[in-house]
Design a protein around this ligand. Structure first.
Ligand code: GLP
Length: 262
């Protein structure tokens, strides 16, 4: 789905997330969301807070799993992804914090922590909707280029490019951690549905390689081509490098037309 602006991407994503949550409001089992960090989902989280404050959605019956966490950053540090989630979503909605899972990397055995995280996802019945951003080199979570397409939650070494991209969140570039604990590609693929968001021209090459290139470990997001239920939502700038852009726009127009008349 190619939308005109990042605001439209935000609203589309918020509608999808709220639909998943609202169909589960009366259920005895929670809606299970997979969450991403970074700049891309910030608008979505702001919109979810707005809708929750307005009473349009409640997080009381929601359980969440975040994709990844840095190694070597305390959870209370503003650079940690646990902190990011508290700041940008959890503290502002009616979610039970005990049901929010961010990989634990501080003062733990990382291998055991990874196994524990996978087990928690399994106990929750799997992830219903996984939200993904994408790195400029098409990594998802912290599954960097060369990641095994069958990987599960584990420690990954960050590439220099990813460290450079994320340096803006740290005081100094050399403070960006060298490793992170991340859901694996196979873990992500086991989600029932996936919502991949990308905005801005800086992501257009990654998006082209993800959907128009071959499935390869050199483009981790390309494995999403194998998943039966992925929704890709991008703004115009993120679409500029797509070779078949006009075709996608036309088929979207047709699909919307069909659904309206049916
Ligand atoms: C990090 C995160 C990814 C995220 C990516 C892009 O590497 N681990 O989950 O998708 O950054 O971030 P941004 O949305 O800021 O471009």
């Amino acid at each position: 789905m190619i939308l005109d602006s990042s605001d439209q991407v935000t609203n589309f994503a918020a509608d999808m997330v709220c639909e998943v949550i609202n169909t589960r409001t009366q259920s005895s089992t929670p809606a299970v969301l997979g969450l991403a960090t970074g700049g891309t989902p910030l608008g979505l989280y702001r919109e979810l807070i707005r809708r929750c404050t307005r009473g349009d959605v409640s997080f009381q019956n929601v359980e969440t799993f975040n994709l990844d966490e840095y190694v070597g950053v305390e959870p209370s540090s503003p650079q940690s992804y646990r902190y990011y989630m508290l700041e940008n979503l959890f503290s502002h909605v009616d979610i039970d914090l005990a049901r929010t899972h961010v990989p634990v990397t501080w003062n733990v055995d990382l291998e055991q922590s990874a196994v524990h995280f996978e087990r928690k996802i399994e106990q929750a019945g799997g992830i219903e909707l996984q939200i993904l951003g994408i790195g400029s080199d098409a990594h998802i979570g912290f599954n960097e280029i060369g990641s095994s397409l069958g990987s599960r939650t584990r420690v990954k070494t960050l590439t220099q490019r990813t460290r450079d991209d994320n340096a803006r969140y740290f005081d100094r570039a050399d403070q960006v951690p060298r490793t992170a604990l991340t859901m694996g590609i196979q873990t992500i693929l086991e989600s029932q549905s996936i919502l991949l968001l990308a905005t801005g021209e800086g992501k257009s090459r990654a998006i082209r390689n993800t959907i128009e290139g071959p499935i390869t470990a050199s483009v981790p997001a390309s494995v999403l081509q194998l998943h039966p239920n992925v929704t890709l939502v991008i703004d115009q700038p993120a679409s500029v490098e797509l070779a078949n852009r006009d075709y996608y726009l036309e088929s979207e127009r047709n699909r919307t037309g069909f659904s309206r008349s049916s």
